[in-house]
Design a protein around this ligand. Structure first.
Ligand SMILES: Cc1cc2nc3c(=O)[nH]c(=O)nc-3n(C[C@H](O)[C@H](O)[C@H](O)COP(=O)(O)OP(=O)(O)OC[C@H]3O[C@@H](n4cnc5c(N)ncnc54)[C@H](O)[C@@H]3O)c2cc1C
Length: 380
């Protein structure tokens, strides 16, 4: 006989840990199930840091969600008594006519996001150690910064458990049977029936929700930690994060946290991953070629060869925007997927939204632009 649970969260990574927390803090009875451990390095929420910013060049409709995400990260810091968010600022550089710089200015105009335009003299002062390509415009967002990614997941989990959430770890969910009134969930050893389920399975979302045929593509992404040749990029020297829109791709990184290395990566590109459980974690020479080129052109105080690396996965939608929705046959099956390599900063508010949808069937957050039917409209 299956065991009854009110709510079940499938996948306790960036989004699932937050959804679990939001349900538990509302006093709901919730069970979280995860195939690996907490804050593990096999999905999409590991590698020390994630950029957070409000000058959202991807789409200005994300900005109201970001306002709430910022408040919720602050609340989580207070509740967990952990330092999660470093507001070190972010330099964004690119051609003035490019989508990135234009998008930064749109965020400024539409939503009053604070952005400074840097002159050549400002650049020398604010981000020494960077050679800005000819003709680039440079902006600085003082309220941007980075999140400590594993600590954020752990903090959501710790606080969820403190509010009474239950969890089962190291057990992959093998089947979801969705009827109009309830949802059956099974692992190799356990069988539950839930009134509501949130699926936050990251790179495994298409596998978990096969019948929905979600238009998702998983790609392999490599993060690099390259040795610094001087302290010029140190967080302690007041340096922030950076994002460059280069002609051959987009590159981003963080100030040096350890005084020895800078973490950086290419945001664009990535090879398709056929099986997220068995993604190739070895480094090949071609992996670091574009980042080495970027370093050679822009960051002369950084060694071109990495000291270490990590492999992570982006789960992309066709338009690069998230997919947040309810199952067409049972609105109590809610999913958040396709975070397309820019979702972590939203994890705090995504948990709130997913908790709203599964418990109330609706949310007051403006998420219509993230609904799945936008893809059906395209093919109609
Ligand atoms: C290299 C890299 C850099 C990034 N940089 C940024 C950044 O700077 N800023 C930013 O905002 N975002 C960034 N992102 C994106 C962001 O990290 C992701 O969008 C976000 O972490 C995705 O969270 P998720 O919960 O969807 O996936 P995950 O955190 O991977 O969680 C999914 C979970 O579901 C579990 N699961 C899956 N299937 C099952 C099953 N059948 N049974 C049980 N458990 C299951 C998995 O084990 C996993 O724990 C980056 C991503 C990567 C990979």
């Amino acid at each position: 006989m299956p065991v009854h649970v009110d709510y079940l969260v499938l996948g306790l990574g960036g989004m699932g840990s937050s959804a679990l927390y939001h349900l538990a803090r509302r006093g709901m009875k919730v069970l979280g199930v995860e195939q690996f451990g907490i804050a593990h390095d096999r999905g999409s929420s590991h590698g020390e840091t994630r950029i957070i910013r409000k000058a959202y060049f991807e789409h200005p409709d994300y900005i109201p969600l970001l306002q709430r995400a910022y408040s919720l990260w602050d609340e989580l810091e207070q509740e967990s008594e952990k330092s999660l968010f470093n507001r070190c600022g972010l330099v964004v550089a690119g051609p003035p006519e490019g989508a990135v710089i234009k998008g930064v200015h749109l965020a400024e105009e539409r939503h009053g996001v604070k952005v400074e335009s840097l002159s050549a003299a400002d650049v020398l002062q604010r981000c020494p150690g960077f050679q800005i390509p000819e003709g680039f415009e440079v902006t600085f967002e003082p309220e941007a910064g980075f999140l400590h990614v594993e600590e954020c997941v752990q903090a959501h989990m710790d606080c969820a458990l403190a509010h009474g959430a239950q969890i089962v770890l190291h057990e992959p969910i093998e089947s979801l049977i969705i009827s109009e009134t309830e949802i059956e969930v099974q692992t190799a050893n356990q069988h539950w029936v839930a009134d509501g389920v949130i699926v936050t399975a990251g790179a495994w979302s298409s596998d978990c929700l096969k019948e929905l045929q979600l238009p998702l593509e998983v790609v392999r992404k490599v993060l690099f930690w390259n040795p610094v040749l001087s302290p010029i990029y140190d967080l302690e020297q007041g340096r922030g994060g950076f994002f460059f829109d280069m002609p051959y791709g987009e590159f981003y990184g963080f100030p040096s946290l350890d005084g020895k290395t800078v973490k950086l990566a290419e945001h664009t590109g990535g090879a398709k991953v056929p099986d997220p459980t068995n993604v190739d974690r070895e480094l090949s020479e071609s992996d670091s070629a574009s980042v080495a080129r970027f370093i050679g052109e822009v960051m002369p105080e950084l060694a071109p060869s990495p000291e270490r690396h990590a492999v992570c996965m982006y789960t992309r939608t066709p338009d690069g925007h998230f997919m947040i929705d309810q199952h067409p046959r049972n609105q109590r099956l809610v999913y958040g997927a396709g975070f397309s390599g820019h979702g972590f900063k939203f994890a705090s508010v995504m948990g709130e939204i997913l908790a709203d949808l599964v418990s109330d069937g609706k949310t007051s957050h403006p998420i219509d632009f993230l609904r799945a039917d936008r893809f059906q409209d395209e093919s109609a």
